[in-house]
Design a binder for this molecule. Structure first.
Ligand code: PMP
Length: 304
C-alpha cells in the first residue's frame, strides 16, 4: 500500500484547482511533462506557507524568498511579488480554504534537457490544501529526533540559502532512516559536525535558561525561526545565535523545532538525550499560535 500523507488521498487525485503560470486549472489536469528539466536536474525552488483565519502568515517574506531562491539557481520567476501574493490568495479562495497549507513551486521546463538549461522557460504553480495544526498537548508532548544519516553541505558545495528541491534529497534520506528506527524526524549536523536543523524545521535549545539557536550559515534562516526569536525577545528572553557543537546537546534542558509546517513543536529526545518540554517551549508555542492568528499589519508590528 502506498504511504500517502495528510488524509490518504493521493496528491494527483483530488478535487479543486491549482494555479499554473497565471491561470487556475482543474487539480487533476495540473500535470507536468516527464522530460522537464526541474525533474531531471532539480532546477526547482519552492515555498511552504500556512494560511490562518484567511491570512497567509508573512506571505511577502515567503514570496521574496521564493524569488531569491530562483535567482540563486540562476533564473527569474516571470511574475512580480505582488502577482505571486495575489495568486497564493486566489488559489486558497478557489479551493474554499481560509486555513491550510500553500505550496508555490517554480521550475525549469522541457525546452532543453541537458545540464545547460539556458533556453528553458520558467514555470510557476501554486497549490493549497488543508493541513491541520497539532494543538496543545500533542505538540507539547514532544517528538523524538534521530541523528541524521547525512550532513548539511557547506555553502561552497550547495546553494544552501535557497529553498531548492535538490537540497531535500538529504532530508528525505535522513528522515526515512530515522523513521525506520522509530523516530519522528532527524537532526542534521552540518559539514563541520555542528548542529544545523531538522529535515524541515529549525531548532532551538534552552541552555542555562537562555534560548540558543545555530547561526544559519548553511541552512534556511526560517521565517518561523525569525518570528520565534522576535517573540522571545519581546518576552525579555536572551536569544543567542551561535555555532552549536553536537557535544552541547546534552547541556540543553528544553528543545523545540520551528517551521511553517511544524509550527513550534517540542522535542523530547535527540538520539538518546532526553528533554522535558517546559515553560519556555510552552510560552513560545502559545505566543506563536496567537501571532499567526493576527492580521498582517499586526504581525509586522509585533515582529518588527
Ligand atoms: N529548514 C528547512 C529544511 C525547511 O524545509 C523549513 C521549512 N520551510 C525550515 C527550515 C523552516 O523555514 P520556515 O520557518 O520559513 O518555514
Amino acid at each position: 500500500m502506498a504511504l500517502v500523507p495528510f488524509g490518504g488521498q493521493p496528491f494527483d487525485d483530488r478535487d479543486g484547482s491549482i494555479w499554473w503560470d497565471g491561470a487556475l486549472v482543474p487539480w487533476r489536469d495540473a500535470k507536468l511533462h516527464v522530460l522537464s528539466h526541474g525533474l531531471h536536474y532539480a532546477s526547482a525552488v519552492f515555498e511552504g506557507e500556512r494560511c490562518y483565519a484567511g491570512n497567509i502568515f508573512r506571505l511577502r517574506d515567503h514570496t521574496d524568498r521564493l524569488i531569491a531562491s530562483g535567482r540563486i539557481l540562476g533564473f527569474e520567476i516571470p511574475f512580480t511579488a505582488a502577482q505571486i501574493d495575489a495568486a497564493c490568495n486566489e488559489v486558497l479562495a478557489a479551493n474554499n480554504l481560509t486555513a491550510g497549507y500553500v505550496r508555490p513551486i517554480a521550475w525549469r521546463g522541457s525546452e532543453m534537457l541537458s545540464v545547460s538549461a539556458q533556453q528553458t522557460k520558467i514555470h510557476l504553480a501554486i497549490a493549497a490544501w488543508p493541513w491541520p495544526s497539532y494543538f496543545g498537548a500533542e505538540r507539547m508532548a514532544g517528538i523524538r529526533l534521530a541523528m541524521g544519516a547525512w550532513k548539511r553541505p557547506s555553502p561552497e558545495t550547495a546553494p544552501t540559502m535557497a529553498k531548492a528541491t535538490g537540497l531535500y534529497m538529504i532530508g528525505t534520506m535522513s528522515k526515512h532512516k530515522a523513521e525506520s528506527e522509530g523516530y519522528n524526524d532527524a537532526l542534521l549536523l552540518d559539514w563541520r559536525g555542528r548542529v544545523s536543523e531538522a529535515t524541515g524545521a529549525n531548532i532551538f535549545l534552552v541552555i542555562d535558561g537562555d534560548l540558543h539557536t545555530p547561526t544559519p550559515d548553511c541552512f534556511l534562516d526560517g521565517i518561523t525561526r525569525r518570528s520565534v526569536m522576535a517573540l522571545a525577545r519581546r518576552k525579555q528572553m536572551t536569544v543567542v545565535e551561535r555555532a552549536i557543537e553536537a557535544g552541547e546537546l546534552g547541556r540543553a534542558t528544553e528543545v523545540f523545532l520551528a517551521g511553517t509546517a511544524a509550527e513550534v513543536c517540542a522535542v523530547r529526545e535527540i538520539a538518546g538525550h532526553s528533554y522535558t518540554p517546559g515553560r519556555i517551549t510552552e510560552t513560545l508555542m502559545r505566543d506563536y499560535d496567537a501571532l499567526v492568528q493576527r492580521s498582517p499589519d499586526e504581525v509586522a508590528r509585533i515582529i518588527a
